[in-house]
Ligand binder design. Structure first.
Ligand code: ZN
Ligand code: FE
Length: 254
């Protein structure tokens, strides 16, 4: 499967899956870059996949549907106009013309009904897992987000993660504050700085890389837990509690 990024707004990625001339887009917050691509490549839109209801992920749906009558897949538990195929955990998405199938995973936390799409080797996770970070808790609880991240972390380590924002560099700064002694994180920081210096994307990345460097997945590591305890001034018992403190800490981190 050919996967390309379309940039939108400040730092959003609209992921575009391509099989021959057929295109599927994930989280089109804006229709303009998608319509521009379809015209330039003489390609046809086959479907739209949505992860959650925020406008920077859904704002282009109406404009695309006005020109292309395609199925719209999205979370069953979120109010999104235009969804024709509501999805829940365990559902499978088979896109006509595409070999890969996608499994749907419920990942509440950023929003209450957020879903992710997972193929053999790719994960489209919207605003749940980011490069070296995770989404803010707008609707869900820390416990929900932790459980969601644990589900994603359990996928095969070579899974390529296509998240919806280019946030990696600022996330890495926070990660270094939490875990300054992590050598894998230090080398990731250098790699990310180099990529961003050339305005290149840091996405996709692999789950393996996240497991080694993303503090939000590393609450069980002694250095991460100790940092969180120092930050909140209390003893924490377990990775879920560490996660909750890190999420709160990151909200106010500059
Ligand atoms: Zn969002
Ligand atoms: Fe977003």
């Amino acid at each position: 499967m050919d996967i390309q990024a379309l940039r939108a707004f400040e730092d959003n990625y609209i992921w575009l899956l391509r099989a021959g001339r057929r295109i599927v887009v994930v989280d089109p917050g804006d229709e303009a870059p998608v319509l521009g691509y379809l015209a330039k490549e003489d390609a046809s839109l086959a479907a739209i996949l949505l992860t959650h209801h925020h406008g920077d992920h859904t704002g282009g749906v109406a404009g695309l549907l006005a020109r292309h009558a395609v199925p719209v897949y999205g979370p069953a538990c979120e109010p999104i106009a235009g969804i024709t195929i509501p999805l829940r955990e365990g559902d499978t998405v088979a896109l006509p013309g595409f070999q890969d199938h996608f499994r749907v995973i419920d990942v509440p936390g950023h929003t209450r009904g957020h879903i992710a799409y997972c193929s053999q080797d790719s994960l489209f996770c919207g605003d749940t897992l980011f490069g070296c970070g995770c989404g803010r808790l707008f609707e869900g609880t820390a416990a929900q987000m932790w459980a969601s991240l644990c589900k994603l972390a359990a996928l095969p380590a070579d899974t390529r993660v296509y998240c919806a924002h280019e946030y990696t560099q600022s996330n890495v700064r926070f990660a270094l504050a939490v875990e300054p002694g992590n050598a894998a994180l230090q080398s990731r920081a250098a790699r990310v700085a180099q990529l961003r210096g050339r305005l290149q994307p840091t996405v996709p990345f692999t789950l393996a890389e996240e497991l080694e460097t993303n503090p939000f997945l590393r609450g069980a590591q002694p250095e991460v837990a100790a940092s969180a305890e120092r930050h909140c001034g209390a003893r924490l018992s377990g990775a879920a509690e560490v996660f909750a403190v890190l999420r709160e800490w990151k909200n106010n981190f500059r």
